[in-house]
Design a protein around this ligand. Sequence first.
Ligand code: MRU
Length: 344
Amino acid sequence: MIKTVYFQDDSLMLLDQSQLPDKLLYEKCDNPAQVADAIVRLKVRGAPLIGVTAAFGLALGISNYRGPAEQVDQYFQATRKLLASTRPTAVNLFWALKRMEKAYMTHRHLDLETLAQVLRAEAEAMFAEDIAINRAIGDHGQEVVPKGGRVLTICNAGALATCGYGTALGVIRSAAVRGKIDKVWACETRPVLQGARLTVWELMQEGIPVALITDGMAGYTMQLGKVDLIIVGADRIAANGDVANKIGTFSLAVLASYHNIPFYVAAPLSTIDWSIDNGAQIPIEERHQDEVRLIAGSYLTVPEVEVFNPAFDVTPQHLITGIISEKGIIKPPYLSALEQLKTN
Ligand code: MRU
């Protein structure tokens, strides 16, 4: 399985997803500012991977810190804030940084070298846990895929968006090894084309049958009876079950409801933001207007046209058939089901 992030000596190597599928290139980062920049530019993307990469970025910073010993705390906090400022929607980023801060606070009395090792081990643990969680999501989720299943997805919630295996694509992988997948419909996912560039590439690497459609073709594909279920990932889930995910997800959920097609969200429990009651409180990232105006460096419209470019949308919980987590499939009513998971 493709490695999305790993340490090599004293550098962090990041698979540059902005170059896929043309080039398989790794970016070498020697400091947290380079890691933050890679996240902002979507070289590294996908909620779980953003979180773990930021954790590695913090470990990298402490590893390579050469300033005065009495200023390490200050440096750690400044680096944590820098990484936290990269992308606002995926809660996994803040979850991972909080976990690293806890590890730092517990071990800050140690000498710098040992402290750096502890932080690196914490980030490595998150990496390994993420893969195990995705496999559990896959095992639970494959149960909802019928034999001969035709599954529609958007964006890339695969090995590339995580530390390996994937969430929505993890479910598809687990169903595929059981011979259940007839076809995956990959929505291209305008404007950054994660579906066309990443999901198609990832599935074709493994011989899982995939067909590409533009986002606007999803409704007609459903109307033709060619979609059995929809599985998407998530960037943040509110305590009531509302889900923020890649722009276009909400439209798919409405279309699924109209056509009576089950609509599932696959995500680790770390994607749940227990501090917010509903999706209206989720900060939605707005990205540069040029992402919509240009394709592969060429304008496809009048260069001065005004653009609205939200990177995510919110799907209300009542449109969601189930949330596939590492602990099983969560069914409505979500408020009480999620509350119960929190206390267990
Ligand atoms: O802007 P991106 O590419 O980071 O958006 C990613 C998504 O919306 C994914 O569906 C989500 O993070 C889940 S990834 C397992």
